[in-house]
Design a binder for this molecule. Structure first.
Ligand SMILES: Nc1nc2c(ncn2[C@@H]2O[C@H](COP(=O)(O)OP(=O)(O)OP(=O)(O)O)[C@@H](O)[C@H]2O)c(=O)[nH]1
Ligand SMILES: Nc1nc2c(ncn2[C@@H]2O[C@H](COP(=O)(O)OP(=O)(O)OP(=O)(O)O)[C@@H](O)[C@H]2O)c(=O)[nH]1
Ligand SMILES: [Mg+2]
Ligand SMILES: [Mg+2]
Lengths: 276, 292
């Protein structure tokens, strides 16, 4: 885009392709493109055009920006949710490492009692990061496990409790009800918890991410988003649509499978990458 | 839905207006929007709309009494043609050790699909062996062992201490030695842009010479589906696609994109987390779903 010499239909069409291929979605991309045509009529240069729209996308994405912070209340309870395979368990491992690095006493709750080897997978992250873990056998009731973990985290003087949950499609009402029950049970031990509920989204997901965000935020007190797999070629442009509709900041991004591959979300870097 | 929208474009004309190239263009814009909203790749949509336009501007639509319905039919038929086409049902070869290699991006559903295929083909009289070649993800080998147990199928594994291609070769030898005629190789999820991981995959393929290589892709994948699928196909080579998590409400446009760009057919659909949640791919059902 930078190499273009003037704003013409050709350039605007190329920009439309960039936006759509970044997963901003048809409607959002089209409306941006329509407004770009007004700039074309006014004789703007490509640089001016790009600056205006980057600024606009930036303001959408950085609204309400904050970092994930552990407040004074102990334990700080973080519930991690999302559809299947997005990277919840791995992200919990990365968060645990980050918090351990900050000198915090961390406990993990193996709340995925459904999927094969889910507990073993989280257990490995616990050993890698020096976090404690509360677990039961596969097939145990997730709410019961969470209740147990809440009590142990409180009684053991833990700073942070990270609760892993099974992946679930937002269209499965009974599974969403199961999560609501987990929240109710958590509140029996501490009515102010969970202090953070993080929805984990996969950067390769298309427009379905918007339905995921809608259903999860309607069902649970989601306080933040995490987008994983941004180390791939997908741009995660669905975040524009999601931020337009929901008032929930993106807190972290996953950029790999290793324990260090978690970064604070930077709205500027995100928007720049859309056009890279 | 697109059908409703297309009928709507022409509805106002019946009796008093003519079908013109201009309002066919409106209909085509609706087709473009619907496909993009369904996550079909931008370039694939462009080509698709051009083909539909050619058919629509032919005499038929311009003289039809029900142009909306005819447009819907043209779009639907075109989708079914691309998705289906020469697609034959998946078949294993009798009298040999079949090797099915599963590959794809992280979290797409490969390990689960290994179990699903194992269960299906065990029921059809084959003797599957699962081979655990994911030496990277924590507890991946354990996950496949549990899946194998659930499917009633043996699992060959050597933990995570040995290179994946060596485990693959040993697994194949083990299958031949123990009368297993279907080897299903689970591999680690990987990025198509990760050279080291792609080399590993090429080595696994080289030592196992698969009868069939499946790209396991998530039905909710967006525009990136084409980039990853074509890289996997160009670098390692795939024979077909398994589309997972179709029990959600993703429209699944990735299926059209992958098929259109790689030319490789979708063979199976994952419809849930249980090992029974596997169905054959039907182009007409997928076409209806993409149209919404
Ligand atoms: N490249 C890349 N891979 C990731 C990232 N985060 C997670 N993964 C990989 O994605 C796959 C799925 O990760 P999990 O942590 O098991 O995902 P999950 O959401 O817990 O999955 P379920 O519990 O089955 O729903 C694994 O192979 C991870 O290594 C990331 O930021 N980048
Ligand atoms: N709802 C639904 N979930 C599925 C389907 N297929 C797989 N899953 C779930 O998706 C998640 C990821 O599945 P895995 O089999 O671990 O995926 P994978 O591709 O092996 O992951 P990596 O090895 O980390 O790349 C798990 O929670 C599965 O239960 C499906 O068809 N429908
Ligand atoms: Mg998990
Ligand atoms: Mg796997």
């Amino acid at each position: 885009v930078k190499a273009a010499s003037k704003v013409d239909d050709n350039l605007i069409e190329r920009i439309e392709e960039i936006l759509i291929r970044a997963d901003l979605g048809a409607e959002t991309s089209m409306s941006i493109v329509e407004r770009m045509k007004e700039f074309e009529a006014r004789g703007a240069t490509p640089d001016e055009l790009l600056e205006v729209f980057k600024k606009e996308l930036l303001s959408i994405v950085e609204r309400g920006q904050r970092t994930l912070t552990i407040g004074a209340h102990r334990p700080h309870v973080i519930l991690v949710v999302g559809v299947n395979g997005t990277g919840k368990t791995t992200t919990i491992g990365k968060l645990a490492a980050e918090m351990r690095e900050a000198g915090l006493k961390v406990m993990l709750a193996a709340g995925d009692t459904f999927r094969a080897a889910a507990i073993e997978q989280l257990d490995i992250w616990a050993s890698r990061t020096g976090a404690a873990i509360v677990k039961r056998d596969m097939g145990a009731d997730p709410s019961g496990l969470c209740y147990d973990a809440m009590e142990k985290a409180r009684d053991g003087g833990y700073d942070v409790l990270l609760i892993d949950t099974a992946g679930r499609l937002h269209t499965k009402t009974n599974l969403m009800e199961e999560l609501k029950k987990v929240v109710r049970v958590i509140r029996k031990v501490d009515p102010t918890a969970p202090h953070d509920t993080l929805l984990v989204l996969d950067a390769t997901t298309g427009q379905n991410a918007i339905s995921q965000a809608r259903v999860f935020t309607e069902a649970l007190p989601v306080t933040g988003l995490i987008m994983t797999k941004l180390d791939g070629t997908a741009k995660g442009g669905v975040l524009i649509g999601i931020r337009n509709l929901f008032d929930i900041p993106v807190l972290k991004i996953g950029v790999g499978e290793g324990v260090e591959d978690l970064r604070d979300f930077s709205a500027q870097e995100f928007v720049d990458a859309l056009f890279a | 839905s697109l059908s409703e929208r297309l009928e709507g474009v022409f509805k106002n004309l019946r009796g008093q207006g003519r079908i013109t190239e201009a309002n066919v263009k409106d209909a085509l814009r609706d087709v473009k929007m619907a496909l993009l909203e369904a996550d079909v790749n931008f370039r694939v949509v462009k080509d698709f709309v051009a083909r539909v336009q050619e058919k629509a501007l032919g005499r038929e639509v311009l003289t039809s009494v029900s142009p909306g319905q005819l447009m819907v039919k043209i779009v639907y038929d075109e989708l079914v043609e691309i998705l289906g086409g020469d697609n034959a049902p998946f078949a294993l070869q009798a009298g040999r050790t079949n090797v099915v290699l599963m590959l794809g991006l992280q979290g797409s559903g490969k390990t689960t699909f290994c179990g699903k295929l194992a269960r299906r083909f065990a029921r059809e009289g084959w003797h599957p062996l699962l081979v655990a070649c994911d030496i990277h993800r924590p507890a991946a080998v354990h996950q496949l062992q549990v899946v194998g147990e659930m499917a009633g199928v043996p699992v060959y594994s050597e933990g995570t201490g040995r290179p994946a291609p060596d485990i693959a070769r040993a697994g194949l030898e083990h299958a031949r030695a123990t009368g297993r005629n279907l080897v299903i190789v689970d591999t680690a999820g990987r990025l198509h842009i990760d050279e080291v991981r792609m080399d590993e995959l090429q080595s696994i393929k080289a030592v196992t010479s698969p009868t069939f290589t499946f790209l396991v892709a998530d039905a909710m994948t967006g525009q990136d589906a084409v980039t990853s699928a074509s890289t996997f196909n160009d670098t390692v080579g795939i024979d077909g696609v398994c589309l997972t998590k179709m029990d959600g409400d993703a429209r699944g446009g990735a299926a059209l994109s992958i098929r259109a760009i790689t030319g490789k057919p979708v063979k199976f659909i994952g419809t849930g987390e249980k090992l029974d949640d596997l169905v054959e791919f039907f182009p007409d059902r997928m076409a209806s779903r993409i149209l919404g």
